[in-house]
Design a protein around this ligand. Structure first.
Ligand code: HEM
Ligand SMILES: *[C@@H]1O[C@H](CO)[C@@H](O)[C@H](O)[C@H]1NC(C)=O
Length: 497
């Protein structure tokens, strides 16, 4: 769930998708309209109240696009340089929109403590999420309704369920990685992405939907997922892009499939013990249960919210462990110490005691948080660091930047899982470490993500030893909204039991 990032490449991609000249004309017209709107907004702003102190504005000589190119190429570097030059709060323009970043724990507090009516999530996210999840859930409904939906899901994530999830994830992982054979070099990120669709579907959707997951359904998920594109973020929904049509078609088909399963569950009378059942049985405060469309929308949302975040995090964790063989062996030894030399099937209570593996995951989420920035629309004027942020700015907080601020973190770029055992300045700052966000929009999938990723990696460490390929540790691939490893090939060798 992350919602933007600009580059010239994205414009090229967008235009590349246009397969006839008619759409190009529409697009050109659209750009014209946006540009005129943008120019008049700039002029208006310059004539507005001179007494208010606005955040420092990073000038750009490129009209309309603004800093999209520099930001798209290397967003973190861009933000860190701006922090050095302008301080924790500053604004700049990309593709006709003004962004104001709040960097560091103190500035970020504004976002996490604000009301949704003032700093609004729907205004920035709904255009992307609603066509994918459907109407009636998440950013399509008033935030107090979404908060109830989050709460309903959360009651389904209890310890008894996690105990089942460990078994399910271990079995899926063993089964999936059989195909890797005894040794080789393979794309780790691709494999983990495929695996996590299966595990997430097993755990979050239940066995009926998991059993329907074949290649055709996987393609539907991929088409749906194609809805999270720069094009969807930039263009109005009515533009007839092929990827939009695919998304909408996939949405309908998946909904139809889910409706059948929900209907069967409702009729069967017997109560399964899983999250789907929790959602079917849950009621809003007013006493009304969720309807089929809301349950199905939640199922789609939960799968996609957990999918990219967990698969990139798992892949990065793998590369950090492959780079540091001693650490990898410590994690394996920890498992033997906690579970027993003969490594019996994983169990939830033992998993909790794998504290080194847990700290490795925590440190991975520090250096490579999958959501590099969160966004809100300022609906009312806001104050941060003595500046007034006007209505209409898109206000952003970046976990990635907060997680590596010079003033907050010692040896900030080092992968050091033991840093959490020692005193560190970050511990005293409320929003220095925010991979799961904070406040009313905070993630509800954190515990599930930890269970899932720790189970996958415990299982993988039992099966294989991992190495970098000729010492190559992946660079960051900034192409998509989530920062994945670039060329994520890993070398592996099966462990002798
Ligand atoms: C490593 C894994 C994950 C990370 C790093 C992560 C990160 C985040 C972040 C940063 C937010 C806040 C977004 C914002 O404030 O704009 C968020 C919200 C959320 N996440 Fe996660 N997430 C992860 C896994 C999951 C999973 C597995 C699920 C569901 C099964 C999930 C469901 C949600 C939901 C429902 C929200 C609420 C959005 C809102 O209230 O606006 N996440 N997540
Ligand atoms: C970078 O990410 C894009 C989008 O996911 C992908 O198509 C491309 O193959 C990736 N590049 C490398 C070298 O990993």
């Amino acid at each position: 769930m992350q919602f933007y990032q600009m580059s010239t490449k994205l414009l090229r991609d967008t235009v590349g998708e246009l397969n006839d000249s008619l759409t190009s004309v529409v697009l050109a017209g659209l750009f014209f309209t946006l540009t005129v709107g943008y120019v008049s907004k700039r002029l208006l702003r310059e004539s507005s109240d001179k007494n208010l102190k606005y955040p420092p504005y990073i000038p750009s000589s490129i009209p309309f696009l603004g800093h999209a190119i520099a930001f798209g190429k290397s967003p973190i570097e861009f933000l860190e340089n701006a922090y050095e030059k302008y301080g924790p709060v500053f604004s700049f323009t990309m593709v006709g929109k003004t962004f104001t970043f709040l960097l560091g724990s103190d500035a970020a507090a504004l976002m996490f403590n604000s009301k949704n009516e003032d700093l609004n999530a729907e205004d920035v996210y709904s255009k992307l999420t609603t066509p994918v999840f459907g109407k009636g859930v998440a950013y399509d409904v008033p935030n107090h309704v979404f908060l109830e939906q989050k709460k309903m899901f959360k009651t389904g994530l209890n310890i008894a369920r996690f105990k089942q999830h460990v078994k399910l994830v271990e079995a899926e992982t063993v089964d999936y990685f059989q195909r890797w054979g005894d040794s080789g070099e393979r794309n780790l990120f691709e494999a983990l992405s495929e695996l996590i669709i299966l595990t997430a579907s097993s755990c979050l959707h239940g066995k009926e939907i998991r059993s329907m997951l074949n290649e055709r359904v996987a393609q539907l998920y991929a088409d749906l997922d194609g809805g999270f594109s720069h094009a969807a973020w930039l263009l109005p929904t009515w533009v007839p892009l092929p990827s939009f049509r695919k998304r909408d078609k996939a949405h309908l088909e998946i909904k139809k499939m889910f409706f059948k399963v929900i209907e069967k569950r409702r009729q069967s009378g017997e109560k399964a013990d899983d999250i789907l059942q929790t959602l079917i049985d849950a009621t809003y405060k007013e006493g009304r249960p969720m309807n089929d469309n809301e349950v199905a929308g939640m199922l789609i949302g939960l799968l996609l919210a957990g999918q990219h975040t967990s698969s990139t995090t798992s892949a990065w964790l793998g590369f950090f462990l492959a780079r540091d063989k001693a650490l990898q062996e410590h994690c394996y030894a920890e498992q033997k110490a906690v579970c027993g030399e003969d490594l019996p099937p994983l169990d939830y209570d033992q998993l909790k005691d794998l504290s080194l593996l847990e700290r490795c995951l925590k440190e991975t989420l520090r250096l490579r948080p999958p959501i590099m920035s969160m966004m809100r629309m300022a609906r009312t004027p806001q104050t941060a660091a003595g500046y007034t942020i006007p209505v209409g700015h898109q206000i952003c907080v970046s976990p990635t930047v907060n997680h590596r601020l010079r003033d907050t973190w010692m040896e900030r770029m080092e992968f050091n899982p033991d840093r959490y055992l020692n005193d560190n300045p970050a511990a005293g700052e409320k929003f220095a470490y925010i991979p799961f966000g904070a406040g009313r929009h905070r993630c509800i999938g954190e515990n599930f993500a930890y269970v899932q990723i720790k189970t996958i990696w415990s299982t993988l460490l039992r099966m294989f030893e991992f190495d970098l390929v000729d010492g190559y540790f992946p660079a960051v691939n900034y192409t998509t909204m989530i920062h994945t490893p670039y060329n994520p090939i890993i070398r592996y060798k099966r462990r002798k039991q």
